[in-house]
Design a protein around this ligand. Structure first.
Ligand SMILES: [Zn+2]
Length: 429
């Protein structure tokens, strides 16, 4: 009310010059008090004390003159006057960011990094803790640029806001480098995560191209690689947690998919800890489906490409329509006689069961050959059959002779026994 009275006094005294200057400040105050209103509107059921602290903080930050009768003493028309330009530029800045409230520190950091990259400005972090993130122009010492800001966590609602802003960047940064110092692996992870989620095997050059396309800067191969690692961890969890989650995951599968087989092999260490050796599993529909499949099982193993050098073993069947049906899986530390023995005996016990005359197709790993050919093996003729995978065989053949003509001939020789089958196929087409 006292503001209103002083305005009325000025109008009565025809002091329009003071009035217009007053109006400038008053507008500032209005936009400022909008913020304060916002704070109060949001503070549903919050303790008034914390609320007042937030409001105090905002008011203190902007050094709003508390006594309007002293207004003539301050030259409000000067652009350089900090108390006026400050809030205006802060609002400009948050407008450029597209928002002024951030759900956490990560979100505010990401927004400011993207803004810095878009405007070709560099910043450096001055202070960082759980509740504060303070940065300044990276070239402040060379150029004397005073640009800085502080984002703080509000006690009231846990959101982050920019609580202090001094701008603008007076230094001129040209886009002279291919890379940007604030385009770090974390940001690359955030900006490419959607692609990695869709296709975890996506290549580093593809992610790098996406970054260039999106942000206009070219980060190093290594930075993109680290960014991909971070995104994978964010989407899929880290390697150690994945091992820890595996028992829970597999028992959930068993729970909701009855007759799914899971077999664990562990050793108990002296300190009561459990060491993982390997795990075998076969889904119930695979076990049931195999009864109707051709009497053929192909086996193979593949490397893990993550932190640990484990192997995944896979057994596949083929149905009457020549479609592949995954039958069994195992995760083992390595390929050896022991791991293949374990895998193949579980395939026999849980998938093949009493069925006779199954042909096992594999590559020529010594561990597999030993398991298949030892006494009592279900893959020995006439109980069963073992054949080499032609594709693996041809690849090894070519590695040795490096001759594409020989390779073709070897493939033809290897598939000769299929002529009858091809004639059958042609007949039925
Ligand atoms: Zn600057």
């Amino acid at each position: 009310m006292s503001h209103m009275n002083s305005i009325l006094d000025m109008i009565r005294n025809e002091d329009f010059d003071t009035l217009s200057r007053f109006a400038v400040v008053n507008n500032e105050m209005n936009s400022e008090s909008d913020d304060v209103d916002e704070v109060q509107r949001d503070g549903i059921g919050d303790e008034t004390k914390a609320l007042n602290e937030d409001v105090d903080e905002i008011v203190n930050e902007f050094h709003v003159p508390s006594n309007f009768t002293n207004i003539e003493e301050i030259d409000m028309t000067t652009v350089d006057n900090w108390s006026v330009s400050h809030s205006v530029r802060k609002n400009d800045f948050t407008r450029q960011l597209g928002k002024d409230t951030f759900k956490d520190k990560e979100e505010v950091i990401r927004a400011i990094k993207l803004h810095a990259i878009r405007t070709h400005k560099y910043f450096e972090v001055v202070e960082t803790c759980l509740t504060i993130w303070k940065i300044r122009c990276k070239l402040h010492s060379e150029s004397g640029c005073k640009w800085q800001l502080r984002a703080s966590k509000l006690k009231r609602n846990g959101y982050f806001e920019i609580t202090k802003y001094i701008g603008p960047h007076t230094c001129l940064h040209y886009k002279i480098t291919q890379d940007h110092p604030n385009l770090d692996a974390r940001l690359i992870a955030q900006e490419t995560e959607h692609l990695i989620k869709e296709q975890p095997s996506i290549s580093i050059p593809a992610l790098r191209a996406e970054t260039i396309n999106k942000l206009g800067y070219t980060p190093s191969y290594k930075k993109v690689w680290v960014g991909k690692e971070k995104a994978i961890e964010h989407v899929f969890g880290n390697w150690d947690d994945s091992y820890t989650d595996l028992p829970k995951f597999l028992s959930a599968l068993q729970h909701f998919n009855r007759d799914t087989i899971v077999e664990w092999f562990i050793t108990r260490l002296d300190n009561n800890q459990v060491e993982f050796i390997h795990v075998f599993w076969s889904f119930a529909p695979s076990i049931k489906g195999f009864e109707h499949c051709r009497p053929v099982i192909s086996i193979d193993a593949t490397h893990f490409y993550g932190k640990y050098n484990g192997k995944m073993m896979i057994g596949m069947g083929v149905d009457a329509k020549n479609q592949i049906l995954p039958l069994a899986f195992a995760i083992a530390e390595n390929e050896s006689y022991n791991s293949w023995y374990s895998f193949l005996s579980h395939v026999k016990r849980h998938v093949v069961k009493e069925r006779e005359g199954i042909c096992l197709i594999s590559y020529r790993h010594p561990g597999i050959l030993k398991v298949v050919n030892e006494e009592g093996s279900p893959w020995l003729e006439l109980r069963g059959f073992h054949r080499y995978c032609l594709r693996h065989f041809i690849n090894n053949f070519n590695d040795k002779f490096h001759n594409s003509q020989l390779k073709t001939l070897a493939y033809r020789a290897g598939s000769q026994n299929q002529v009858m089958f091809r004639k059958y196929q042609l007949h039925h087409e």
